[in-house]
Design a protein around this ligand. Structure first.
Ligand SMILES: [Zn+2]
Length: 70
């Protein structure tokens, strides 16, 4: 079982096939490092679905909860 899969998405750069690289969590909080405190909460983590182009290496981000899955 592989974590990558062909998707229906196309690269916005070269229109090549994108591979689903899985969901990661990005820090989006702007207060990290302020006052020397590294605050971490669910609100500061944005789940994003990574898609990488196998042809040119472009990386696209998508919101996984918006993806329709049947
Ligand atoms: Zn590409």
């Amino acid at each position: 079982m592989t974590t990558t899969e062909e998707t229906e998405r196309k690269c916005t750069n070269c229109h090549g096939p994108l591979r689903n690289l899985g969901v990661r969590h990005l820090h989006v909080g702007d207060d990290a490092g302020v006052l020397g405190v590294f605050k971490e909460s669910d609100e500061d983590l944005l789940p994003v679905e990574l898609h990488g182009c196998v042809a040119c290496g472009k990386l696209d981000l998508y919101l996984p909860h918006l993806r329709k899955k049947s």
